[in-house]
Design a protein around this ligand. Sequence first.
Ligand SMILES: *[C@@H]1O[C@H](CO)[C@@H](O)[C@H](O)[C@H]1NC(C)=O
Ligand SMILES: *[C@@H]1O[C@H](CO)[C@@H](O)[C@H](O)[C@H]1NC(C)=O
Ligand SMILES: *[C@@H]1O[C@H](CO)[C@@H](O)[C@H](O)[C@H]1NC(C)=O
Length: 268
Amino acid sequence: AIETVFPGKRSFLLSRSTFVGSGKYSGHWLGDNTASWDQLKWSIPGILEFGLFGIPYVGADICGFFENTTEELCRRWMQVGAFYPFSRNHNTELCSPQDPAYFGADSMLVASSIHYLNIRYTLLPYLYTLFYKAHTQGDTVARPLMHEFYSDEATWDVDKQFLWGPALLITPVMDPGVEVIQAYIPDAAWYDYETGARISFRKQSAELYLPADKMGLHLRGGHVVPTQRPNTTTVTSRRNALGLIVALDDNGTAVGELFWDDGESTGE
Ligand SMILES: *[C@@H]1O[C@H](CO)[C@@H](O)[C@H](O)[C@H]1NC(C)=O
Ligand SMILES: *[C@@H]1O[C@H](CO)[C@@H](O)[C@H](O)[C@H]1NC(C)=O
Ligand SMILES: *[C@@H]1O[C@H](CO)[C@@H](O)[C@H](O)[C@H]1NC(C)=O
């Protein structure tokens, strides 16, 4: 029906009832979850599995659907949720509000949500390039560490971190009252996304200090990531200048790709 109404244009379809092959037509949300730390953690395996099922446009209800969320749970969930391929805060009726603004314009929850959503939309050209490759080659978008570092067995059971494509390592905090976490840093040169500083460890578990308003974001050396200054909608963002982040590998080299997307045509 949507193809008939909007010929040559992309559709937005979202379902929680999909099957292998549905990814050609639809995204998937992980259904009616609960506002709990446990369900926040399970969202990552859920998203990584749907990538394998060929439905890369996937996300969980950020801050939790059933039951009342808390400021801390919602803040940590907004942080990682900014990197769900499908990113949506979603609540049910009769539960307390969880729009970040409900927690106050000056709240850390609002500031942290804006900060990480701005990074998401700064990286939109990279995200769309990953979706282009998913569409044309069946690649994953949100990607388990083991897909990139398969020969390193230590990556095989990592389910609390994930990558966007090959180049962005995402390390959220998913426990209450926690500021220091053990993260696995695979064998590559890595740079802190926000400071650009090269980190000194690789192929090892490492302690990351991630206070209330921080999550871990690292760029992998050897990759060029396209960016665009974000505005309030993707239509207006696309009018802004593009940029590149070049993260060098040990040999001082980097490669990257850009699918220059118009945001609406199917290209078919
Ligand atoms: C959730 O919050 C609402 C108020 O927004 C309250 O009426 C309800 O009892 C709370 N539910 C639970 C399970 O605490
Ligand atoms: C956002 O878009 C509006 C409308 O096109 C424009 O006036 C404004 O300058 C843009 N701001 C940024 C930061 O790109
Ligand atoms: C650096 O260059 C050497 C020699 O060409 C090569 O063996 C090695 O794999 C390169 N390292 C990276 C990280 O690309």
